[in-house]
Ligand binder design. Structure first.
Ligand code: FES
Length: 105
């Protein structure tokens, strides 16, 4: 579905996307890395639990929120991959037990 437009190979880094090891060009966005790996779901909708994914790809809509290295609410379209990064689909819904950063329980 998605393919990279880069013709020259860049230095690659290795990240984990939902337990899948993925090699990505250094500096590529988290969203592009997920899409190229075939993992399009960035988060679950808070109320319905439906799959959500990047919409604007420029930091406006917040549809692309993911968990990076254990920290939720990171915009996948703006964050760039670095070696060893752990990226997870964010699953903070009304029924989940996941903590919402900044809101004490
Ligand atoms: S896709 Fe819209 S903010 Fe990331």
């Amino acid at each position: 579905m998605f393919s990279s437009l880069r013709s020259t190979p860049a230095k690659t880094v290795t990240v984990t996307v939902n337990s899948q090891s993925v090699a990505a060009p250094e500096g590529q966005t988290v969203w592009a890395t997920m899409a190229l790996a075939g993992q399009l779901t960035t988060r679950k909708a808070a109320l319905s639990g439906e799959d959500r994914s990047a919409f604007c790809a420029m930091g406006v809509c917040f549809e692309c929120l993911v968990q990076i290295d254990g920290t939720p609410n990171q915009q996948a379209c703006l964050r760039r991959v670095r070696d060893g990064m752990h990226i997870q689909t964010q699953d903070i819904t009304e029924t989940s037990k996941a903590p919402i950063q900044g809101i004490p329980e």
